[in-house]
Ligand binder design. Structure first.
Ligand SMILES: [Zn+2]
Length: 502
């Protein structure tokens, strides 16, 4: 990640690249105006001769200032008074994209005190987050290309009013940890399925142990002994070295007697659909079917780096769903860890099986105060919400409201969907059936999971449409590949809904 600092705003300071802001009708903000005066009105003149309107998404470059290599980027905000935290994040993305195009090494963002509905601190944090999200690239397999210029973009300063400097600086103390977690998730989701296998996830978790996270990896032998037949059966078709892993990580940042909260992620490292094989066109992006587990991994890293005062268990249920002579068959009947028997209506509805055992185990073993699962669970959710919102399903209104609020703040938006038993797939010969339904399928999946969460307050996030931007016409954040969805959302949720734990 690039280095960032907070400095007092001084219009006279000569800057190589200054980012200033304008609102609608291309009206410059006060800091921008005072800077323009130093430059003898060059910026205003250039804007007058352009089509720049000052709207969101517009970034205008004025180059060659002071007869040299100095430049000013004018970022459009639209209506300043309506700017919320996430609007600043989106503008950070706009600026990041322009920095990327221009190949800049450093920039100073002149923020000032007018930040609409957001505080200067929150606006600064969101801007930097957006910048970082925009500059991330996954290009390590491109050997013939120059390293991406994120490495070249080294430093950004945020210039604010002198008396706001220390407050803003303090507010940014957790940003690096948050972004490191987000990067880890994006990396794991972007990695191809020949590399990111269940054991790879276990190794990644073990690396987090250096940050003070306790890690336990249950391999296939342990899973067998525990009777975790659902996760084992989903992964049974894979080769011996690709067998399932249930990874349980514990981060204790609050007092010992504060009850742990649990976050469980679906980690289907690749999903062919199994014998209910996916057709060409529906299978190619399925390396992202572990994005829930990837988010949990990034979340744990972020919490540890930020030294968050929360107690959290993160669990990743990891398996590979492929076809072979060992793979499971439609109509098989399995006994889950919880004891419920499950009829396999469709081998492509494997995520809920992996999660069912993972959720039941975490609840049984750790007795968390509440539990959230994240999963790229259903195409139905993707059809319903596209690339802008994840589906939120919950039996607990308090959790749902807190999650929705976190979604608004972080821009990882959620839309609440029904969890109603009327959506349940009807079993013929067992207690439950894992079949999905084309109609209302996201709720069918949620109702299945609910059975395994039992009485524990529970929420399920279906992130199928927001985890990977491929094929989504209007992708989340407009970034390429993995988005890291869930990390920023859940850091915000856990840190803000753990009152009385400090
Ligand atoms: Zn599937």
């Amino acid at each position: 990640m690039f280095k960032f600092s907070v400095v007092p705003f001084d219009p006279k300071r000569s800057l190589k690249t200054a980012v200033i802001f304008a609102q609608e009708k291309a009206r410059l903000l006060p800091e921008a105006k005072s800077m323009d005066r130093i430059h003898k009105g060059v910026v205003v003149k250039a804007l007058k001769n352009s089509r720049f309107q000052g709207g969101p998404g517009e970034v205008f470059t004025v180059a060659g200032l002071s007869g040299g290599e100095r430049r000013v980027l004018v970022c459009g905000l639209g209506k300043l008074e309506e700017m919320k935290e996430n609007d600043w994040r989106m503008r950070g993305l706009d600026i990041g994209k322009r920095i990327d195009e221009l190949g800049l090494a450093e920039a100073t963002i002149c923020l000032g005190s007018q930040c609409g509905e957001a505080s200067t601190g929150k606006a600064a944090e969101a801007l930097l987050e957006g910048l970082h999200l925009a500059l991330y690239r996954f290009d390590r397999f491109k050997t013939e290309q120059k390293p991406h210029q994120e490495a070249r973009f080294r430093r950004v300063s945020v210039a604010v009013d002198r008396d706001a400097v220390s407050g803003v600086r303090q507010g940014l103390s957790g940003l690096e940890g948050l972004m490191a977690g987000s990067d880890l998730t994006r990396e794991l989701v972007n990695l191809p399925p020949n590399i990111a296998l269940p054991q790879y996830m276990a190794d990644e978790a073990n690396r987090l142990a250096d940050l003070g996270i306790r890690v336990e990896v249950l391999d296939e032998t342990r899973l067998k002994r525990l009777g975790m037949n659902l996760i084992l059966t989903v992964g049974a078709g894979a080769t011996k070295d690709q067998q399932p892993r249930l990874i349980v990580m514990k981060y204790q940042g609050a007092a010992k007697d504060v009850p742990f909260r649990a976050i469980v992620g679906k980690g289907v490292m690749f999903d062919t659909g199994g014998y209910n094989l996916k057709p060409t066109g529906s299978m190619e992006a399925m390396k992202c079917d572990m994005a829930g587990a990837g988010a949990v991994m990034g979340l744990m890293k972020a919490l540890a780096l930020r030294k968050s005062r929360v107690n959290v268990i993160g669990a990743c249920g990891c398996a590979v769903n492929v076809v072979s002579d060992k793979a499971y068959l439609p109509s098989a009947i399995l006994t889950s860890y919880k004891g419920l028997t499950v009829e396999i209506g469709n081998t492509d509805a494997e995520g809920r099986l992996v999660l069912a055992d993972s959720i039941a185990y975490v609840i049984d073993k750790e007795k968390p105060r509440d539990l959230i699962d994240l999963a790229t669970l259903t195409g139905a959710c993707m059809v319903a919400l596209g690339g802008q919102y994840a589906g939120l399903f919950s039996t607990d209104d308090g959790m749902a409201e807190a999650l929705l609020a976190s979604g608004k703040r972080t821009g990882e938006k959620l839309w609440r969907m029904p969890v109603d038993d009327a959506y349940a797939a009807k079993p013929l010969l067992a207690d439950v059936n894992n079949n999905g339904n084309r109609y209302g399928g996201a709720s069918t999946g949620a109702v299945f999971l609910k059975k395994f969460a039992g009485e524990t307050p529970w929420a399920h996030l279906d992130i199928a449409g927001v985890a990977l931007s491929e094929k989504i016409p209007e992708p989340f954040l407009q970034v390429k590949g993995a988005t890291g969805f869930g990390v920023r959302l859940l850091v915000d949720y856990l840190e803000n809904s753990s009152d009385g734990e400090r």
